[in-house]
Design a protein around this ligand. Structure first.
Ligand code: HEM
Length: 410
């Protein structure tokens, strides 16, 4: 474990000495092997909340590690904000705020209420046929081979195809969009990320213009037709919403698919269970999202405050460690076990409070269709013996490569 001596780095005077622990997830070698196990060790040495002087590029940052404190940070937007120095990487590559994520109420609510109906269950139902057709085609592409690299051949392609349809973009843009998000969230240098910001903006400018001239049933057209306080929404704000959707909607579902298919690929009895009772797939999804809660969420302290009895100063950064919150035994009985029948599971995989994921119904739908189709058509998929999984720990924890194999039927 890499929990080092906190001698180096800045420890502000108000931080109690027993709350200091050096923890830099980005450079911790254990994170690539198993982020859950790496973080789990912190629960004992730093329960509740701690300050890491080296985190945040050496500026120092708080980490909230219990369910109760994570939820408090997420729900208390008057004390913890997404608007102050929220994500410098993202801000540097995009000229404005991501809407609605980087807005506080009441502005947040004004813009979010535009998106809410577009992602409501009834609206998502209209995407069903496209989700099913895409999942079917992607499985068709690999089923005869008896193996695939699941992340690149399925997990990244299903959400990006659905997303392209949702925004009404040309289907030929899919691979470019997938590549951009990959560069932006994981592999890119600062310059490459900046270029991606410019490329996406260019694409969106043309697309919004085209949809204003000739609207269709897609989300961008709906935004061009929508009114806010009686006025049309300016193109720049539509771009800011669409850019957030790029980042929030593509890679998250891909990562979720990776974690779920890894688990199912390693647990034959669970695949059998869900094949026999496909109606239990939704509860399996909730449990696996809890068990592998994978999105990194953070806030900035908005006013001097305290959390769990620890003083915090305005402007300090707080990492909300959802993966620990969702395995907190004070909320979830035997949290390290995957229990599809777990009742009353208030997991935070989609966050909580005003910024709770607006795309959760779409995400669940994509995950469900993917699991149903794989279990129906490729029931014996599994990981090849000796597979070593590596995670990339950036905007969220993603499996880098997930080889799957099965007995091929031609
Ligand atoms: C399994 C897949 C997904 C997971 C685990 C997930 C998780 C999250 C989390 C944790 C947040 C809150 C961030 C915060 O509190 O700072 C969030 C917000 C958001 N998500 Fe998702 N997400 C998923 C899929 C999607 C999809 C498919 C879309 C849309 C296409 C989407 C759109 C958004 C948006 C727009 C926000 C910001 C909401 C706001 O600020 O009000 N997400 N998501």
């Amino acid at each position: 474990m890499t929990v080092e001596d906190p001698a180096a780095g800045r420890v502000p005077a108000h931080v109690p000495a027993d709350r200091v622990l050096t923890w830099v997830p980005e450079t911790n070698p254990d994170m690539a092997k198993d982020p859950w196990a790496a973080y789990e060790k912190l629960r004992e040495v730093a329960p509740g909340v701690f300050w890491s002087p080296e985190a945040g590029n050496g500026r120092g940052a708080w980490f909230a590690t219990s369910y109760e404190l994570c939820r408090e940070v997420l729900q208390q937007h008057t004390r913890f904000t997404t608007t102050m120095d929220f994500a410098p990487g993202i801000n540097n590559a995009w000229p404005r705020r991501l809407i609605p994520l980087e807005l506080d109420p009441p502005d947040h609510q004004r813009y979010r209420s535009l998106l809410t109906p577009m992602f409501a269950p009834a609206a998502i139902e209209r995407l069903d046929a496209g989700i099913l057709a895409t999942a079917t085609e992607l499985i068709d592409n690999v089923i005869g081979d008896g193996h695939c690299e699941f992340m690149s051949q399925f997990a990244s392609l299903l959400p990006s195809t659905v997303f392209i349809q949702l925004l009404g973009l040309d289907p030929t843009e899919r691979d470019r969009c997938t590549g951009w998000v990959e560069t932006f969230l994981r592999r890119g240098t600062a310059e490459e990320r900046q270029q991606v910001g410019i490329d996406i903006q260019e694409l969106l400018v043309g697309h919004i213009e085209a949809k204003r001239a000739d609207p269709g049933p897609d989300l961008v057209s709906q935004l061009t037709l929508a009114r806010l306080d009686g006025e049309p929404i300016e193109d720049e704000y539509i771009q800011d919403m669409c850019f957030l959707l790029f980042l929030a909607g593509l890679d998250t579902v891909g990562s979720g698919l990776g974690h779920i298919f890894r688990y199912l690929g390693e647990h034959e009895e669970r695949r059998r269970e869900l094949r026999a009772q496909p109606e239990r797939i939704p509860e399996a999804i909730e449990e696996l999202l809890r068990w592998n809660s994978f999105v990194n969420v953070s806030r900035t302290v908005r006013v001097d405050t305290e959390l769990g009895g620890v003083p915090m100063k305005k402007g300090e950064h707080v990492h909300v460690v959802l993966l620990l919150a969702d395995r907190d035994r004070s909320v979830f009985a035997i949290p390290q076990d995957v229990d599809f029948a777990r009742e009353d599971s208030p997991h935070l995989a989609f966050s909580a409070g005003v910024h709770r994921c607006v795309g959760s119904h779409l995400a669940r739908r994509e995950l469900r269709v993917a699991i149903e189709q794989w279990l129906r058509r490729v029931p014996d998929f599994h990981l090849p013996a000796g597979t070593q999984i590596r995670y990339s720990p950036y905007a969220h924890f993603t499996i880098e490569h997930l080889p799957l194999e099965w007995s091929a039927r031609r």
